[in-house]
Design a protein around this ligand. Structure first.
Ligand code: ZN
Length: 319
């Protein structure tokens, strides 16, 4: 659905940034790594989805691989790819984030270029983002995306490692390509395009699946004051509470914050000659709108959403 992201199926580009922290001596380079599989996790310290999804997934994958005796053959690397909030997403904050999740021992990099080199080279779309890289000599990128499912990742890594061990001298590129992970298949909540086309209106489909934007003042919830919760039109996850809705005058339903941290995933959007923060449902990856830094609330943010991405569930008292 989001074909502009990721480079799965191609050779992993060498790292080009030179800020490695703590336990890394000199610069970490893919060419020097002995481990057959590389698990590259990119994050930003202030990114809620990184803490609710990315770090826990890394932890779960590593724990499972340790239990199965595979962990030593996987190189785990965490890199903070700073594309926003440079004052907050510092190398110190990155270190603290890793420690908080019990991952202080893994290699940590800080890539704060404009844009971060990893983001351009691996075509990542924001954070959290995970890249899985296969064995030498090809170092094929096996997975490059947002929605990494821990169980599927463990299965893939263990299959690649088992093949790598038994095949002699090394798995052929064709073998490796068979292990390529499909982002959709990794997404537990993935629904087929056909299902969605049948269930959503044309506009809801265009907005949520193709990143479209409804015309201002045209959406169902632009002026709505009804109390209740706004859910994702695709997966029904609760995203916003009406208490956070305010009249922004923009023509799109606007909120000062999500109903709970981590419900909305933020990714960098370089489309239309601007750099903006895109908002997507953290549960199903549907496009919702954008987040801007000019909101009236205490957090100072404005969640500018499309009505077409949302479904209002009025509270008992309101109906
Ligand atoms: Zn959703």
């Amino acid at each position: 659905m989001h074909d502009q992201y990721g480079i799965a199926g191609t050779t992993a580009p060498e790292f080009r940034f030179d800020r490695w922290l703590d336990n890394v001596e000199g610069n970490l380079r893919i060419a020097d790594m002995a481990e057959p599989v590389i698990y590259l996790y990119t994050f930003q310290s202030w990114c809620p989805g990184c803490h609710s999804h990315g770090f826990p997934t890394l932890n779960a994958v590593r724990t499972a691989l340790e239990a199965d005796g595979f962990a030593e053959r996987v190189k785990f690397i965490a890199v903070q790819t700073v594309f926003e909030g440079h004052d907050t997403n510092t190398s110190e904050a990155a270190r603290e984030s890793l420690g908080r999740h019990g991952l202080g021992d893994i290699a940590l990099g800080h890539d704060a270029g404009h844009p971060p080199t990893i983001m351009s080279d691996y075509r990542t779309g924001g954070t959290p983002w995970t890249v899985l890289i296969g064995p030498r000599p090809d170092r094929t990128v096996l997975f490059d995306g947002f929605q990494l499912d821990a169980a599927a990742a463990v299965e893939l890594i263990e299959t690649v490692l088992s093949d790598h061990q038994t095949s002699s001298p090394a798995a052929t590129p064709a073998d490796e390509r068979n292990h390529l992970m499909n982002n959709e298949a990794m997404n537990q909540n993935a629904m087929t395009t056909n299902d969605l086309r049948g269930r959503l209106t044309k506009e809801q489909f265009e907005v949520t699946q193709n990143g479209g934007t409804e015309r201002p003042f045209s959406g169902a919830y632009c002026d709505t004051k009804t109390e209740g919760v706004y859910r994702c039109i695709v997966c029904d996850e609760e995203l916003f509470d009406s208490a956070a809705k305010f009249d922004s005058g923009t023509g799109w339903p606007s909120f000062t914050g999500e109903s709970e941290q981590g419900r909305v995933r933020r990714i960098v959007d370089r489309g239309h000659g601007m750099t903006r923060t895109e908002a997507r449902c953290n549960n199903c990856d549907s496009h919702l709108g954008h987040v801007f830094a000019d909101g009236p609330g205490i957090g100072g943010e404005r969640y500018c959403m499309n009505s077409a991405s949302l479904r209002l569930e009025p509270s008992e008292s309101a109906s």
